[in-house]
Design a protein around this ligand. Sequence first.
Ligand code: G6P
Ligand code: MG
Length: 218
Amino acid sequence: NKKGFIFDLDGVIVDTAKYHFLAWKKLANDLGIDFTEDQNEQLKGVSRVKSLEKILNWGGVSISEEEFLQLMDKKNTDYLSYIETMTEDEILVDVPKVLNLLKVENQGLALGSASKNARTILKKVELFDKFDSIVDGTNVTKAKPDPEVFIIAAENLEIAPEKCIVFEDSIAGIQAANAANMISIGIGQKDVLSEADYVFKDFSEISEEFITQLINKH
Ligand code: G6P
Ligand code: MG
């Protein structure tokens, strides 16, 4: 009984969500735009381009295409400086335990992230070789909540979408998993991720029995 387990990266495997937040907040504030935690929640899982579009929209600011590209560049440079010194210490609690259990159980393992920096980060935290397939922001044309990223991951794993399980910390990502007809598991707060099939605070709350049930579900 083989299932496909697809992991988002930022906020699920590593706590980079806080670095994305810092970089976006600085950019927004520099433009005189307020940036709240609530707005940040709406940017989780959302591509770089879409995120900047949303921020400018919220602030009612319009800029030239050239400036838009410069700002995207600046945000990424800031972000890269935050993650530069990242090590395996920043892997979130019990992620390696779950990955190892799934490996032992011979399950399909994929990464499904919107980030163009995903491969860099996986190498930094030494998880690059754990996945059978990596699908990231360099492989997709449509951003979450579009299901494309997860559909491609399932195709690469050669496992039907109905037999895939997605771990996500973002609203957009849960919506993408649901649209792909996959089981959606939210990592974070129940009230924020209310559209998910299940929600856990983090992987320490996910028992071996729960994983076994997912594997044996028909
Ligand atoms: C993830 C994060 C988003 C980020 C997006 C693009 O989905 O949750 O906050 O905007 O990736 O990341 P990138 O590294 O390509 O800018
Ligand atoms: Mg995420």
